[in-house]
Design a protein around this ligand. Structure first.
Ligand code: CMC
Length: 433
């Protein structure tokens, strides 16, 4: 099909040929521009799940799944996780550069001054049953707060974008913490302007109005790293959803709420909750040993999978899991916890690494494998894990929404299909069916 990928390519169907432009990537795979294929040859490409399709050009995140590399705006994830605050990384993703001191102060101050939710939102939280999953509350509340900001609905206004982005990032910890407080029937805690972004979230999550909240710096530092590790990850399911929804000019709040719902599934962000549930089952159920879990995961007739293993893109160790594995021991020892689930996780990883099934399929632990254990050690309930993933991923979603709007070619998303249904039939009245 291609004659010299890198400079030119062509595709022939029967006696018709179309020259295709080759788009050069600065790193990674180049791409064939097939946008004229249907118009020229009345043919579309078939790529279910879009695993071989670049839906956009992007300069936000680079991933090399084979090498296990992850960079944001050119910076290695290891450097960002070790040296930055989450708000610095959010700024980098949104605006393309790490902020200087003045920019960071201004950015942090604006985020700090928009953390409050409108008082009317309290009734919104009250309306959910106590048993409501916090992810359902998170996405609903994110959509709901858009009703207070209709002035920022114009997707072409960069001021409106900035104002919406600041509000989303500022209010997300408040929404997340209130979703949790609702589930345990405790009073909603108001944000405090004297605290950092992370401290403020921990204060609203775990604080009580009757006493001063004491935030443990070890927990705050660990959460900072965890949020950075989740901040963006290229065109994954939830980010693609945010772009898809935003491509119809739906506002940023509505688009991000849709991304949260995509994230919720256990094959995506919901895996961190599923990992801890799986490790707990191995711990609590005497019939479910590490060996049994590995055997079941290999059985093609059994739907059981090792949660936290495998990745659509990484066919090598997920660099985020590598950072977290080291971090898990450290965090657990610092918070003085001896979690048997970490030991089970280590055993499971070793068993999988020595098993040909996992080795031959390049199934390594992904970010969710260790993040759940750390979230647990930090005191977060299991049902909040995916909410924490969403808080971390928020800047990535916003940056992708903006990049999509800056490139008119990516709007309005409209994939094609290969129709395989009945060609044509006559209507049959109900009495004759
Ligand atoms: N346990 C057992 N077998 C697996 C697993 C697993 N976790 N993951 C993949 N496989 C097998 C799969 O059955 C298939 O085997 P075969 O070739 O014999 O049919 C082979 O490996 C390839 O699997 P696949 O489903 O084609 O791989 P994929 O790249 O499409 O799927 C995945 C990626 C993440 C959906 C999958 O690995 C999985 O279900 N993992 C468990 C859920 C999980 O941890 N998700 C978190 C993803 S990372 C965080 C995020 O970005 O959201």
């Amino acid at each position: 099909m291609t004659d010299d990928v890198g400079t030119s390519a062509s595709i022939s169907i029967g006696d018709r040929t179309l020259d295709l432009e080759v788009l050069s990537a600065s790193l990674g795979s180049d791409a064939l521009d097939i946008s004229k294929l249907r118009a020229s040859l009345n043919t579309v490409t078939y790529d279910p799940g879009f695993a071989n399709t670049a839906s956009t050009r992007s300069s936000i995140t680079y991933i090399d799944g084979g090498e296990g590399t992850l960079r944001h705006r050119g910076y290695a994830i290891d450097d960002l996780a070790e040296k930055c605050t989450f708000l610095e990384v959010a700024y980098l993703l949104l605006y393309g550069e790490l902020p200087n001191r003045e920019q960071l102060d201004e950015w942090t101050t604006s985020v700090r001054h928009h953390t409050l939710l409108s008082e009317e939102m309290k009734r919104f939280f009250d309306a959910f049953p106590r048993s409501a999953h916090p992810m359902a509350i998170l996405s609903s509340a994110t959509n709901a707060i858009s009703t207070f900001y209709e002035a920022y609905y114009d997707p072409k206004s960069s001021d409106a974008f900035h104002e919406s982005a600041v509000r989303l990032i500022a209010k997300m910890p408040t929404i997340a913490a209130w979703a949790y407080k609702k589930s345990i029937s405790q009073p909603y805690m108001y944000p405090r302007n004297d605290l950092t972004y992370i401290e403020n979230f921990l204060h609203m999550m775990f604080g009580m109005p009757v006493e001063e909240t004491k935030v443990d710096p070890v927990i705050a530092r660990a959460l900072n790293v965890l949020l950075i590790l989740h901040a963006d990850h290229g065109q994954n399911c939830s980010t693609a959803t945010v772009r898809f929804v935003g491509s119809s000019d739906a506002n940023l709040f509505a688009s991000v709420a849709a991304g949260m719902n995509a994230l919720w599934g256990p094959l995506h962000g919901g895996a961190n909750q599923a990992v801890v549930e799986m490790l707990s089952a191995i711990h609590d159920d005497p019939t479910m040993t590490v060996e049994r879990a590995v055997t079941r995961a290999k059985d093609g007739d059994d739907p059981f999978r090792l949660m936290g293993f495998g990745h659509r893109v990484y066919k090598n160790y997920d660099p985020r899991a590598r950072i977290l594995k080291k971090f898990a021991d450290d965090v657990l020892s610092r918070v003085g916890l001896d979690d048997p689930l970490l030991e089970i996780a280590n055993q499971l990883e070793m068993a999988a690494r020595e098993d040909d099934y996992f080795v031959s399929r390049n199934l390594y632990p992904n970010v969710d494998f260790y993040s759940g254990i750390i979230f647990r050690a930090l005191g977060f309930p299991t049902r909040m894990f995916t909410v924490l993933f969403a808080m971390g991923r928020l800047p990535g979603w916003i940056a992708n929404w903006k990049e999509m709007h800056d490139d008119p070619a990516t709007r309005i998303a409209r994939p094609r299909q290969v129709y395989e249904g009945t060609v044509m039939r006559d209507y049959v009245p109900i009495t004759e069916r």
